[in-house]
Structure formats: structure tokens, C-alpha cells
Design a protein around this ligand. Sequence first.
Ligand code: NAD
Length: 428
Amino acid sequence: MSSNTNAFEMAQSQFDHVADMLRLDPEVREILRWPLREFHFRIPVRMDDGTLRVFQGYRVQHNDARGPNKGGIRFHPAETIDTVRALATWMTWKCAVVDIPLGGGKGGVIVDPATLTNGEKERLVRGYIQKMWKNIGPRQDVPAPDVGTTPQMMGWMMDEYSLLTGEFTPGAITGKPVGNGGSLGRTEATGYGVIFSVREALKHLGLDPTTCKASIQGFGNVSQYATIGFIEILGGTVVCVSFWDREDRASYTVSKEDGIDPHFLKSITDQYGSIDKNKAKAAGYVIEDGDAWISKDVDVLIPAAMEGQINADTVQKISKTVRVIAEGANGPTTPDADVVIKERGIFLVPDFLCNAGGVTVSYFEGVQNDMNFYWTREEVLEKEDNKMTSAFKAVLDMSLKENVYMRDAAYMVAIARVVKAMELRGWI
Ligand code: NAD
């Protein structure tokens, strides 16, 4: 397999590999290898200084056989149509593997949100909805936050959609602020979901989580709550997290061998997941280079930052002590690194299973919006845990039954469910 890290080529390569194993019909493959629909559009925004900037936006709808498309909108300076296609494709598999009645979508804008004022951000997200509103909504495609977008931005998007349609429609967007149609438990849902699946993986391997150490890449939404969950839900120790420093244009690892304090680190982290290095150093943390997280002598590695981070170069640095890799991020492992992980017998919890807690609670948010009745945080997290645990079990059972790698098993479960829905709808 190729060593490049184009995310969509990775997504297609993973799919092709399992399609070969399943001897999937070529006509069915032709549908599933590509998104069914994609939108490319330009969003003009009046900046605070009076100038006009035009941003490139995308929305990709991969497959809606099982229900309306679902997936976040990412604001990132390195966004590309191929990243959005890959993420939309993974959303189809993610919703299918946790068995929620939704399809796969994803959106993106090429922008560094940290360079915009609040007013500029609001005009940009409203502009995104003005371009897309006819092709999204609770019965078509439901956006949500992702890297670079926030609950407040989702609130503005929901408002713009409601203004344009003339109906209060909270279920058009999820990840909204609580009190504005948002669900309790959504903020921590993805990170905690990662931890529910790590708990099941450790149980399967017969490891006691209270004696386990983890190393985590990133310190944004997913990684912060994965860190808190690893310590507070499982009773384990997290020896480091990492982050991208905008000013230095470099990544760093922030370590403490006897265990980091995520609440302290959170208090010195900005809204984009960048930690104040000087304050961390003053509190006794060691600042290392950005790749240091991957070579730590830990039991569990949790890449929870960006795609392509475990690749042909970095995979060789993984310590012999590592028993579990839990992919909090989407697409953190390239196909050639996958081969090495498989050969070394490290237990992998693949991305679209591992980080499915976010979309699961987004789905619960939409359900609560439809009912106009809201559950407590405990009810939401318990329902999420049940979904994540049964999805993990379905994939593990498939992996043991067919004697295949966990990523391949997750694809087998997901592809079978999507193909079944396409058959029942008469598409194939
Ligand atoms: P975020 O923007 O809140 O945080 C990203 C973190 O990664 C930040 O701390 C940033 O500094 C760090 N980072 C970025 N590049 C890095 C690098 N090269 N090295 C080290 N650290 C780096 O984003 P998030 O919402 O936590 O999402 C993280 C990943 O999880 C993405 O792949 C996203 O698609 C995926 N994901 C997110 C959700 C969700 O609900 N937020 C759900 C499913 C999957």
C-alpha cells in the first residue's frame, strides 16, 4: 500500500482492502468508494476593516441509505476537498458501526479561525448556511462541530437556518450550546466514548486499567476529555499530552512521568487546544518535541489530534510496552503504519468505532430536539456507554470470528449494514 497520507486515498484504500476480503460486488463498490453528492462554494465575508474576503467552503454527502447525512464542519487552513471526502466517508461507516440511523456527511472551510474576530466568524458561519441551507436539515444532512468550530458557531448556524426556513429548527445542526437546543454530555461525549472503548479493550486483554499508563496526542475537545476519562473513569495515569503551537508553528509534548493534571492543563489551554508552555514549565511539566508522545513507555496510545500522525516514519517509534492504540482522531494511522501495528499484534480500536461517541450523542441531541424534551447528563452518558459498548462487542466478535484486524472487522460490520440498507431501498 502507498505511504502517502492523502486522507481520501487512505479511506478508499481501507475500503478496497475489506471489499476484496468480502468479495463485494463491483457495482456496489462503485457506489461506496465515492460520495454520492458534493458541494463546492465560495463564501464572501465583509471583514471588520471593511475589506471583503472570499472563503472556499465544501459539504460532502457520502451515503444516506441508512438515514440523513451527519457530520461536522471543520475550519482549518489546510482543509482540502479530499480531507472532507474522507471524513464524510468515515462518517457513513461510523454511524453504521454504532448502529444509529444516519448516513455520512462532512463540511469544511479553508480558514484559520484563530485569525478571525467573533463578528467575522459569525458572518462566515451564517454565509456557509446561506450557501447550503436548501441541501441540509433534519431530514437531509445535519452538520455539527469539528476541528476549529465551536458550539457557539453551531448556535449561529441553527439560527441562520431557522431564519431562512421560517421555522425554529434546532435539529438542523447539532453540537449547539446547552440552553439553545444542545444536549448535556455532548462536550465530553467523544473523549468519554474513546475511554469506554479503551475500557472494553483492556477488559478483553485482561489488563487492569488502574495500573495502566496512557500517552495522548492533542489537547483539544477529544483529547481533553479522553485524558480526564482515562484518569477519572478508569483510574489510570496519563503521562503526556501534545499540542500544536500556532506562534512557533510547531508541535510540543507536555509530560509528567508520575501523571499530568488535566484540569490544571485545561486552565492554561486556549480555545484552540494550545497549552501555555511557560506556565506548564513553571508548574514542573517537561516540554518535549511534538513526536515525543509516540515513543513513551505506556500501555495505551491515544492519537486524538489530526489525520496521518502514525505513519511510516513515526510507527517505528512506538514503544514495546504499548498494548492498545485507541484512535480518537479520524484517520490518524496511514495504511502502511497499519501493517506494522497488525504485525506487532498491538490491539487497535479503529477511529470510526473509537470516536463514535460524539456522533452518537449528536444523534441523541437531534432526538431530544424532535421530542422537545431533554434528558439529564447521566441519562445521555449512560445511553452513549450502552451504544459504544455494544458496537465494540459487535466489532470484537467479528474480529474473533473471522480472525481479522479490528479495523477490518469494523469495516465488515459497517459495510454489511450500509449494503443491507441500500438493498432494502432498492438501490442495488
Ligand atoms: P480540537 O481542534 O478541539 O483539538 C485538536 C488538538 O490537536 C489541539 O490541541 C491542537 O493543538 C492539537 N494538534 C493539532 N495538530 C497537532 C499536531 N500536529 N501535533 C500535536 N497536536 C496537534 O479538535 P477535536 O475536536 O479534539 O478533534 C480532534 C480529532 O478528533 C480530529 O481528527 C477530529 O476529526 C476528530 N473527531 C472529533 C470529534 C468531536 O466531537 N470533536 C468527533 C469525532 C472525531
